[in-house]
Design a protein around this ligand. Structure first.
Ligand SMILES: *[C@@H]1O[C@H](CO)[C@@H](O)[C@H](O)[C@H]1NC(C)=O
Ligand SMILES: *[C@@H]1O[C@H](CO)[C@@H](O)[C@H](O)[C@H]1NC(C)=O
Ligand SMILES: *[C@@H]1O[C@H](CO)[C@@H](O)[C@H](O)[C@H]1NC(C)=O
Length: 396
């Protein structure tokens, strides 16, 4: 008995050491592609690693249209290359002749290094997705365009990856000039109608600013092993997603009951997710749910006056978004983060600057837009044909 417990513990420990050791580059290589990594330093000092995927047969200097893929909350570039997903968009793009780059955001496992700030300091975590949108994202876009000697790129974002491009284009509309087609998978902007139990629960302590906001906010979310253990993420990581709670955690934590993400994705999902991020990113989303606005971080009346010269945070000016080609939004009805009503509201405001793709399937939820076994038919095909259409127009 004692021995078997010891063996169980050491097996668990071995697994713990093994999982998570693999990087995005390793996943790309084991899928039969070449991977290159590049580091971009943001203007405020964060070092973000970008991964570029190539076909082994591709001559290295051919100029191809660029596609930049941006992950969501609690995620990283690993999202786009998880094992067990039959039709990943990243590889479909490579096969269709695109120069594919996977981005990362500050604070995540590929964006952790900062020369002056330690990961253990509160100062390090004092950012939300607003900073990702107005600093990381433009720095990444400029870096990729420079490295590829291209003037424009295609953009695909999932979840928070859609939030940040909307914020960037509202704040610095000139970035539209650097974009070809833009694809928003499971768009998140207005959150009033979110049905996520997690968002609702968190809105009690965090919906409005109080002294606990910075106290919890300036920390890393779900990185603490003790909290991960209590919530079960650590057990799902160790057992490679085999426990009965793992699907449930996936549904509650990542945007709704998914009938299209296969169970054989769970081992690699839990070895990489939830990935490190700032608690302020989650709080910022919860504030949107509470306020019904798509706006900047709420620092409380006094903090807002200091920062924004007004008592409430300024709304993002979506009216500033002026894309060369309409933005493509892909959404569904059972995604608890990206509610149908909220996406419809966004589309109303964007008007003819957007095209909506409603995926009319039950239990096609937040993560299914990338990890679903049917994405080839319901998402990727439309993304590819729009990219090719725009490439054709620009080739004139
Ligand atoms: C990029 O930065 C990471 C982490 O700071 C480092 O481990 C890696 O060697 C760097 N890669 C390149 C290509 O410079
Ligand atoms: C702050 O707002 C007030 C009133 O709207 C305005 O008069 C003032 O110039 C603003 N100050 C700054 C620093 O923008
Ligand atoms: C949207 O409509 C306006 C006029 O109603 C037109 O000027 C503009 O070019 C259209 N934009 C797109 C992206 O089709």
């Amino acid at each position: 008995m004692k021995n078997s417990i010891l063996i169980l513990i050491s097996v668990a420990f071995l697994k713990l050491k093994n999982v998570g050791a693999e990087t995005t580059a390793d996943r790309v290589k084991s899928a039969g592609y070449l991977s290159e990594s590049y580091n971009v330093t943001t203007r405020d000092g964060f070092r973000l690693t970008l991964f570029r995927i190539k076909k082994p047969s591709e001559p290295s200097h051919t100029q191809r249209p660029v596609a930049l893929l941006m992950h969501g909350l609690l995620s990283s570039s690993d999202l786009w290359v998880l094992k067990g997903v039959p039709d990943l968009l990243a590889y479909a793009l490579v096969e269709n002749g695109y120069d594919v780059w996977l981005a990362n955001t500050r604070g995540n496992p590929y964006g952790g290094y900062h020369p002056k700030l330690s990961l253990n300091s509160r100062e390090y975590w004092r950012f939300s997705w607003h900073e990702i949108a107005v600093v990381d994202l433009p720095n990444i876009i400029d870096y990729v365009l420079e490295a590829t000697q291209q003037g424009t790129l295609h953009y695909v974002g999932h979840s928070q990856g859609t939030t940040v491009i909307l914020v960037l284009l509202s704040t610095y509309p000139e970035y539209s000039e650097k974009l070809r087609s833009v694809h928003l998978l499971a768009p998140v902007s207005f959150m009033e109608n979110s049905r996520s139990t997690m968002i609702r629960a968190l809105s009690l302590p965090f919906g409005s600013y109080s002294f606990i906001t910075p106290w919890f906010g300036d920390t890393s979310l779900l990185e603490n092993v003790f909290i991960r253990n209590i919530l079960g993420f650590e057990s799902c990581r160790r057992t490679e997603g085999a426990l009965f709670i793992c699907p449930y955690l996936f549904f509650v934590g990542f945007g709704g009951r998914s009938d299209y993400t296969l169970e054989n994705v769970y081992p690699d999902f839990y070895s990489t997710h939830p990935a490190r991020c700032s608690m302020n990113q989650a709080i910022h989303f919860v504030q949107l749910y509470k306020s019904g606005h798509f706006r900047q971080f709420d620092f409380g009346t006094k903090g807002n006056e200091q920062r924004y010269n007004q008592t409430t945070p300024p709304d993002y000016q979506l009216v500033n978004i002026n894309p060369r080609f309409p933005l493509h939004l892909y959404h569904s009805k059972d995604d608890t983060f990206s509610a149908k009503e909220d996406v419809e509201h966004l589309v109303t405001l964007l008007g003819n600057k957007s095209v909506r793709h409603f995926i009319d399937l039950n239990n096609f939820a937040h993560m299914d837009f990338v990890l679903g076994y049917n994405v080839k038919d319901v998402v990727n095909g439309d993304v590819l044909s729009e990219m090719k259409r725009v490439d054709g127009l620009l080739a004139g």
